[in-house]
Design a protein around this ligand. Structure first.
Ligand code: AHR
Length: 505
């Protein structure tokens, strides 16, 4: 079976910059993400740099990951940063009651996280504790991290072996306060966020982008309360400043019956299409948040951030259900492709996004098994799309594409986006048909273009995944494609993600 899709990309119609931070990551003290993921400890037989696993760092460096959010998630609102500094063998043990109810030794703390960011070349996104921490505790953490003189917290940092302050650009004011982060109403949290933000100071030349913890999916009332809180604070003649520079929201994809209810690798065609529809619906959700934000802040001084996104399936059989370890198939890769197209489209307001989570948890880039490591299909989408980092949007439109019905709604089975930087352009296409090929034809208008590389990512079926015994079942491969008379043509296999790299004349 073969279908046809037609699209237009205007190579000379350039829009907003696509921040590289849309390709951000998230690492929580959850399951095997930090411990036995990033952190193996200096005494481990697994090759490591100061306790941080070397193969994982190398794999992630190749993605040029722009930022890393830590320590949670739900864990952030139970975390007290002073437990994670000083000599490791003197740090207190704590119970991680959110995730698996396990006891951890706090060997991975502030210094180890900042070392990890340095190794990755990533900006730090530190998420503070509003739910169970004090304003003073948050304030002192910012001082400890970023202050250069001999203030009490700067001195304490030096006593722990770090002379220079770190640069911390991103600062989270709690997490999911409507749930695990304190079970608050939107109005109550908006008040708290203003307070905690005020004492999260800029020290020296470090500037914090303070991110208020936002809505679950399309809870626009939550966004409204945060925007109202921000605007009221800004119009208060005594304070007269925006309390936070960004607000977030979270969006987890499943096939419609809820997170944690379905298998990661065994699914029907109907569940596959439900998942594609759910992933596509993030476009509606982002439009909703932006419309509310625009009504309070038409000058767009406050950014939107999606600091948790990705698929959430049942934990793999035989693993601790609280560790959220799941396999990652071609279906997950397509969810990533769809999300990035949507993120690119909203790049003028959406400033950052963080996939949940980088290693061994939910929709991971990397899965480890003892000393072995596997790159997931999702990893390859991040790599294939890395040319979009800090590039500028190009106008890209579908004229014709195959569709299918999902419930009462029609789902378009092709998604695309395009960007340009200097004399290069990158076009990404996600093809969602589970069983048909698609002949694509893209009219390239406005500038002459030469194809430099075309690649495709797919598997024998949408359920195909990589594991240590077959690490390359799903890996990018060259795709037969051509540009003739300004028209790019290619044949996309079923359930595939493709990228086309162009040189512009
Ligand atoms: O990513 C896993 C969890 O999902 C996070 O801790 C929480 O913020 C969300 O509910």
């Amino acid at each position: 079976m073969s279908a046809v899709a037609r699209a237009v990309v205007d190579l000379d119609v350039v829009g907003a910059r696509i921040s590289r931070h849309l390709y951000g990551h998230f690492a929580e003290h959850l399951g095997r993400c930090i411990y036995n993921g990033f952190w193996v400890g200096e005494g481990s037989e697994i090759p490591n740099v100061r306790g941080i696993r070397r193969d994982v760092v190398d794999a992630l460096r190749a993605l040029r990951i722009p930022n890393l959010r830590w320590p949670g998630g739900c864990f952030a609102d139970a975390y007290h940063w002073r437990d994670g500094i000083g000599p490791r063998d003197e740090r207190p043990r704590i119970a991680n009651t959110n995730w698996g109810d396990v006891v951890e030794n706090n060997h991975f703390g502030t210094h180890e996280f900042m070392d990890l960011c340095d190794l990755l070349g990533a900006d730090a996104y530190v998420n503070g504790n509003v739910g169970s921490g004090t304003v003073q505790e948050m304030s002192e953490w910012a001082e400890y991290l970023t202050r250069g003189d001999d203030s009490p917290m700067a001195r304490l940092r030096r006593e722990n072996g770090r002379d220079e302050p770190w640069r911390v650009p991103f600062w989270g004011l709690g997490n999911e306060p409507w749930g695990c982060g304190g079970n608050m109403s939107a109005e109550a949290y908006a008040e708290q966020a203003r307070r905690y933000a005020m004492y999260s100071r800029n020290h020296g030349d470090n500037r914090l982008v303070r991110i208020a913890a936002g809505a679950n999916e399309d809870d626009l009332d939550w966004t409204r309360a945060l925007m109202k809180g921000a605007v009221e604070s800004h119009t208060n003649v005594l304070y007269n400043s925006l309390p936070y520079e960004a607000i977030s929201f979270h969006y987890y994809t499943h096939s419609g019956s809820g997170i944690n209810t379905e298998d990661a690798t065994a699914f029907t065609d109907a569940q596959f299409y439900d998942t594609m529809a759910y992933a596509t619906d993030i476009d509606r959700v982002i439009r909703g948040h932006i419309a509310v934000m625009d009504s309070y802040d038409p000058d767009r001084r406050i950014d939107l951030v999606c600091d948790e996104w990705g698929t959430w399936w049942n934990a793999a059989e035989g693993t601790n259900p609280g560790f959220l370890f799941q396999q990652n198939t071609v279906r997950d890769a397509l969810v990533a492709g769809i999300h990035f197209d949507v993120f690119h489209r909203h790049a003028s307001r959406l400033a950052m996004a963080n996939i949940a989570q980088t290693i061994n948890v939910l929709q991971a880039m990397v899965l480890t098994d003892g000393d072995r490591m596997v790159l997931t299909p999702t990893y390859h989408v991040f790599e294939m799309n890395s040319g979009h980092h800090d590039a500028r949007q190009l106008s890209a439109h579908l004229l014709e594409a195959p569709t299918t019905m999902v419930g009462d709604d029609e789902l378009t089975l092709v998604s695309l986006s395009a960007s340009t930087s200097e004399d290069a352009a990158l076009i990404s296409l996600t093809h969602m048909s589970v069983d048909a090929d698609c002949r694509v034809r893209v009219d390239l208008r406005g500038r002459a273009a030469k194809l430099t590389r075309a690649r495709v990512l797919t598997g024998e079926s949408a359920t195909t995944f990589n594991d240590p015994d077959a690490p390359d079942r799903v890996a990018p491969a060259p795709l037969e494609a051509q540009i003739e008379d300004g028209v790019l043509t290619a044949q996309l296999p079923p359930h595939s993600f493709a990228t086309f790299e162009l040189h512009l004349g």
